[in-house]
Design a binder for this molecule. Structure first.
Ligand SMILES: C[S@@+](CC[C@H](N)C(=O)[O-])C[C@H]1O[C@@H](n2cnc3c(N)ncnc32)[C@H](O)[C@@H]1O
Length: 452
């Protein structure tokens, strides 16, 4: 290895981007009561202006307090959208195509990192153009291993010929990152809802719901650890006998080599292990836990055979998979149409895609931030999730006041800026949310340069 070789992502302009991120904010936030909805009572914000400046200002109040970030930045496709989607600049070919976009993202994500809670989760939507660059950029900013999943979202199953040759593209990505991947919760959603939304991904009949004196439960797993690596040699404390009294429900434990029996009790040996040199699988629960919590074990007795299952009390819980198929780009457009905003914004995400991420990753009373708000889909997704689960999540949207070019459907519908679209969409979506107690208001803030 040569001394000057280092691993990493580099591009011309990276240092300048770091300096830009470090520069203090020069603007302040001003309330526009006319553009707001219920400003006196709401906890939600729509900020108009450049998100780098906005993030720096938000940091003063929200450092380490944002539980969920979802962003859908410009993909740098070079397409002619109502917002700028081309960050092509100077330098060699790679630098020219990716450099300016990377600098833009680097500065913003590095300030966003300060806002994210220690156990918070961030999501970034991206397509094939920049997925490689963005994955490396996030790894650098958040640490290797903290870009913990890449969700595939099938945006268009019809397929679109993106380049001249090769297969037609059907999907995009949602990169998931955190400050500490070990603090990230399991992405548990409602099994019922996941099956309804994506029957092809969440197959199989639901587990039958049973009942005991504590309420409903399902059984998915036996008590033993199915991995044969865990056995009396590798985990001796977890290999023992369990004794069960079928009439009284009483439970006792004893050493694996102790063949004492108890009158009226059935003895349950651990699962036989097929590995050479060992006899038993380890249990998943310690002796103390079995003794204290056996009401959460189901003993299935057939003759003198006993199978032990663990009871899962959250009968509707299921871990989300890293594939989203169903809500598509077309769905997102139809949702805007249904709000009377057809074609004013070309690339709205479907509400259900973001709602799903919010449902599995956010605290019911947390804060959700989207600093590339576009048509404001994230705000609608959060309000809808609050309406479903009674949560009180707050949201913060940031959107640049990019002008809508004359002749575009947005300009023809009377929108001067993209941020005006953001506010109007959220206002209309909020009016349609029919759940008392959901905060559908927002304070409309504007970034204004401080006068010196
Ligand atoms: C891909 S769109 C987001 C679409 C959005 N997820 C939706 O569902 O409607 C990206 C948005 O980021 C906005 N944007 C780009 N640069 C920005 C910046 N520096 N500050 C704030 N917003 C910006 C664009 O105007 C555009 O509306």
């Amino acid at each position: 290895m040569d001394d000057d070789e280092v691993y990493g992502l580099s591009w011309p302009g990276k240092r300048a981007a770091a300096r830009e991120a470090a520069r203090p904010a020069t603007a302040s936030l001003e309330l526009d009561p006319e553009a707001s909805v219920s400003p006196a009572t709401t906890g939600n914000l729509v900020i108009e202006g450049d998100n780098l400046e906005a993030l720096k200002l938000l940091r003063e109040e929200y450092a380490g307090r944002i539980g969920t970030i979802y962003v859908d930045p410009p993909y740098n496709t070079g397409n002619d959208f109502v917002y700028n989607d081309s960050f092509r600049g100077e330098g060699d070919l790679g630098g020219r195509v990716h450099g300016a976009w990377l600098s833009m993202m680097y500065a913003r994500l590095s300030v966003a990192r300060d806002l994210l809670a220690a156990d918070g989760v961030g999501f970034v939507s991206i397509d094939a153009n920049e997925v490689a660059q963005l994955t490396l950029l996030l790894s650098e900013l958040f640490g290797e291993g903290n870009v913990f999943s890449t969700i595939v979202w099938v945006s268009n199953l019809k397929g679109r010929q993106i380049r001249g040759g090769g297969p037609a593209g059907t999907h995009e990505y949602v990169l998931c990152f955190s400050r500490d991947a070990t603090a990230v919760r399991r992405f548990v959603g409602s099994a019922d809802e996941l099956r309804r939304l994506m029957p092809a991904v969440y197959k199989g009949a639901p587990y039958p719901v049973k009942h005991d004196e504590r309420g409903p439960y399902v059984t998915k797993n036996r008590l033993h650890n199915t991995n044969s690596r865990f056995n009396e040699k590798t985990l001796p404390t977890m290999v023992y006998r369990i004794h069960y009294h079928p009439e009284t429900g009483e439970v006792r434990v004893s050493d694996i080599d102790d063949d004492t029996t108890f009158p009226g009790f059935l003895t349950v040996m651990p699962h036989p292990n097929a590995r050479p040199g060992v006899r038993w699988h380890a249990w998943r629960w310690s002796r103390a836990k079995v003794l204290a919590e056996h009401a959460d074990l189901e003993f299935e007795v057939t003759g003198d055979q006993v199978r032990i299952h663990t009871k899962v009390r959250d009968v509707d819980a299921m871990t989300m998979k890293d594939l989203v198929i169903g809500p598509s780009t077309t769905t997102g457009q139809a949702e805007l149409r249904a709000l009377g905003l057809a074609r004013v914004f070309e690339t709205p995400k479907p509400v259900e895609l973001i709602r799903l991420l919010v449902a599995v990753a956010s605290d019911p009373d947390g804060i959700v931030l989207d600093f590339f708000a576009g048509s404001g889909t994230t705000a609608e997704a959060v309000m809808r999730q609050n309406a479903r689960d009674g949560g009180s999540r707050r949201w913060i949207m940031v959107q640049l006041d990019e002008p809508c070019a004359p002749g575009t459907p947005a300009a023809e519908a009377g929108f001067a800026t993209v941020s005006a679209i953001t506010r109007e969409r959220i206002r209309r979506a909020g009016e349609r949310i029919d759940a008392p107690g959901v905060d559908t208001g927002f304070r409309a803030l504007r970034l204004v340069e401080k006068s010196v």
